[in-house]
Write a protein that binds this ligand. Structure first.
Ligand code: 2HA
Ligand code: ZN
Length: 269
């Protein structure tokens, strides 16, 4: 069977970006075994021929009603699939799904009947919420960045915006490229509705949220940008931890230096 990507360069580019990011996640040690998830809303690349494609799976109930996703299409990592495999073969380790008109089911349309991630209802609830708000964000990423997760094991970093301020102060770029900071969600069972609901709420104020002792969930316009936000935050966590390993607590940029940077780059306070 021909891939849906054939003769569709814009769609192919989008999926190749997902594959590139999946490779980075593996190389960074953030994606052990089947760890992490990626979903991208690709509806803007869907043409009439794709809309006419028959489903290659039975409709699957999402367990939620997501009215803003009617007729939307998503690329989703497959359940139990590895990021390191997805990096080489994105269409055998993920699939393209369509949301049915009742807004309560999805069906797989291409390339193979790879069942999407177990976290799909949570990811799709986030996409539904983003569309409802008129957000331009189309990509969501869940991954296990080592140093950020390590920090979430200490209560001292879990109070609102404590980690954000610390991470921003490690290197000027972090606030410039992750201007909304890091939201914190107390430990909840992975895959639970409670965790999905808490994530939605936190995404009102942050693009990247920490799931305590588990990983981060990030959203942005495309998957590369979502990855970049997590990458700059984790770089700051690494600088913090490197300083601690050298036997001292880093000073961080001063309040004056942060304020100067915030003005110079026109960032939100
Ligand atoms: O799907 O990381 O938390 C793999 C995960 C779930
Ligand atoms: Zn996880």
């Amino acid at each position: 069977m021909e891939s849906i990507l054939k003769n569709r360069p814009a769609l192919e580019h989008e999926i190749m970006q997902v594959a590139e990011v999946a490779g980075y996640l593996w190389q960074k040690g953030w994606a052990e075994r089947n760890g992490g998830n990626i979903t991208v809303n690709i509806t803007e690349h869907v043409d009439d021929a794709i809309r006419a494609l028959p489903a290659i799976s039975a409709p699957v109930a999402m367990g939620v009603h997501l009215p803003h996703l009617k007729g939307c299409y998503f690329y989703c990592k497959g359940t139990q699939k590895r990021m390191r495999d997805l990096a080489r073969c994105p269409m055998s380790n993920g699939s393209i799904i369509r949301i049915t008109d009742d807004c309560e089911h999805y069906e797989i349309v291409a390339d193979q009947a790879v069942k999407p991630t177990s976290e799909l209802p949570a990811h799709l609830s986030v996409h539904n919420y983003l569309l409802a708000k008129g957000s331009p964000y189309r990509a969501s990423l869940h991954t296990h960045p080592i140093e950020l997760v390590a920090m979430s094991h200490s209560n001292s970093f879990l109070e609102k915006d404590v980690a954000t301020r610390l991470l921003w102060s490690m290197i000027p770029e972090t606030k410039a490229f992750c201007p909304r900071g890091l939201g914190i969600i107390p430990y909840m069972l992975p895959g639970s509705v409670a965790l999905a609901d808490a994530t939605l709420k936190e995404l009102d104020d942050y693009d990247v949220v920490m799931w305590e002792k588990h990983g981060v969930f990030a959203v942005d316009t495309d998957i590369m940008s979502a990855f970049d936000q997590v990458d700059v935050l984790n770089k700051s966590a690494q600088i913090y931890i490197a300083s601690k390993s050298m036997g001292f607590t880093p000073d961080g940029m001063s309040d004056e230096q942060m304020a100067e940077m915030t003005r110079a780059f026109n960032l939100p306070k």
